[in-house]
Design a protein around this ligand. Structure first.
Ligand SMILES: [Zn+2]
Length: 458
């Protein structure tokens, strides 16, 4: 069942690429320009391995049997019964195959998948409470997206609630507190990294931050964006997959007016361009091949990014960020490719960054006006290492799998399932969906596919 779903995802991927074709055509000319730039003296001092050239080769890589997608991920991810592997957060390098031993360049591939806001409003809980065990089991929320998320090498989500313990009572808006079982359910879904910098980080104060970090780590998740101490804040989150080292950073515009206590600035990372630039530089110094920055920004319920967002994103990509994952508006905003010329780039090298301005809600009780639609955003990349040790990253594909939070009431309790729209419309395998649901899903998918490209048309 799972394998067939993964194989099918690869096919859907192909469909997604056809959908991206107009973007692809634009990219052909960019790619030619990038190659010309590379020929014109892209030089990097060996043996330092880092990002050099970000070329786009969307059209050259769109096969359905690409290893990054068709490979079942069960080899990498812990199974349901096995305990999750401990998080790896290290700046030290794992030795790679010796570049000098090979006279040919070699390539490695990996895929980033990202989802948006993971929220817990109180109506989401009762159906999942087991009185006998006095526990929740929230895993059913993610049963339908799990086969897709498990195909990612890095899988990221925005945890928009503290997990501050039962004693403080579970609460929804405006000051959230979700049960520990949420962390286990997130890990079960295939998500491995959680951005924890957002306007709800401090809903339960600094103790809530510390408690949340402990809970997510216990579940095998890797948090980034909030910290339990100044030392904790200095840790570099770099995760290597298939020989590609990706660094993760996260920042929020604010904390809903809850002041950060003096001396506790480490608790949550706030958006400050100078700080972010320094943090990007630190990841580069630690040999990150790719730097991914989560930004909790924008205006709630606005479907297009504002000038503040576009300006900040451009500035950060100029300064070395490669991928920007936006969240906070609770609706999906489009993605874009940002080209930076050598003259604009802080390190003098032309580069292309990828931004998704808002990933929308992944799970929540919010409905209507696109609030129940989210996105699994994918970036597949290749690292090419040359015999002299110089390496470069190429973007191969961008993939989009819109999701919908299906809510059904049974015995006065609400049941929630995140539905991957493209996939489910093809398979029609989820028994709870009606013909009416499928019709609605079709309209949502069409609308979101168009919406996602709105910045490409300009
Ligand atoms: Zn938010």
């Amino acid at each position: 069942m799972r394998r067939s779903r993964i194989a099918d995802y690869a096919q859907r991927h192909d469909a997604a690429l056809r959908h991206l074709w107009p973007l692809g055509e634009r990219i052909v000319s960019r790619l030619a320009a990038s190659r010309a730039r590379a020929a014109n003296g892209f030089v990097k001092r060996p043996p330092l391995i880092g990002i050099g050239l970000l070329a786009l080769s969307l059209l050259t890589a769109c096969t359905t049997d690409s290893p990054g997608l068709s490979k079942p991920s069960s080899e990498r991810l812990p199974s349901e019964s096995a305990p999750p592997s401990p998080p790896i957060q290290t700046a030290s390098r794992t030795p790679e195959p010796s570049a000098s031993a090979s006279s040919e360049p070699y390539t490695q591939e990996a895929t980033l998948l990202a989802v948006g806001d993971i929220m817990v409003h109180m109506p989401q809980l009762p159906a999942y409470y087991n009185k006998a065990g006095d526990r929740y089991d929230l895993r059913p929320w993610f049963s339908q997206v799990r086969p897709i998320l498990q195909t990612g090498d890095w899988v990221v989500g925005n945890l928009e609630t503290p997990i501050a313990g039962k004693d403080l009572k579970y609460t929804g808006y405006p000051r959230f507190n979700a049960p520990d079982e949420l962390a286990a359910a997130i890990r079960y879904s295939g998500i491995e990294l959680v951005s924890t910098a957002n306007n709800h980080t401090l809903d339960r104060g600094v103790p809530g931050v510390t408690r949340t970090l402990a809970a997510v780590r216990k579940a095998g998740l890797i948090p980034f964006g909030s910290s339990a101490s100044a030392t904790d804040q200095r840790r570099l989150v770099i995760e290597e997959r298939n020989g590609i080292r990706m660094g993760f950073l996260s920042y929020t515009y604010g904390t809903n007016g809850i002041p950060i206590p003096s001396g506790r600035a480490y608790a949550v990372n706030l958006i400050d361009p100078d700080t972010i630039k320094k943090d990007i530089a630190k990841l580069r110094q630690a040999d990150a091949d790719v730097v991914t920055v989560s930004l909790h920004f924008g205006v709630e319920y606005q479907r297009m990014p504002n000038q503040e967002q576009t300006k900040l994103v451009k500035e950060l990509i100029r300064s070395g960020a490669d991928i920007i994952l936006g969240s906070h508006p609770h609706v999906v905003q489009p993605y874009d490719m940002i080209e930076i010329s050598a003259a604009e780039s802080r390190d003098g090298k032309a580069r292309t960054g990828i931004v998704i301005y808002s990933l929308g809600n992944f799970i929540s009780n919010q409905t209507g006006s696109w609030k129940d639609v989210g996105l699994i955003f994918g970036v597949r990349m290749t690292k090419t290492t040359h015999p002299n040790g110089v390496s470069e990253i190429q973007w191969n594909e961008i993939t989009t799998e819109p999701t919908w939070v299906h809510i059904i009431e049974k015995q006065k309790k609400r049941h929630y399932t995140v539905i991957p729209l493209r996939s489910e419309l093809k398979q029609r395998s989820f028994a709870e969906l009606t013909a009416q649901d499928y019709a609605k899903m079709k309209t949502m998918l069409k609308g979101l596919d168009q919406h996602l490209q709105r910045l490409q048309a300009s």
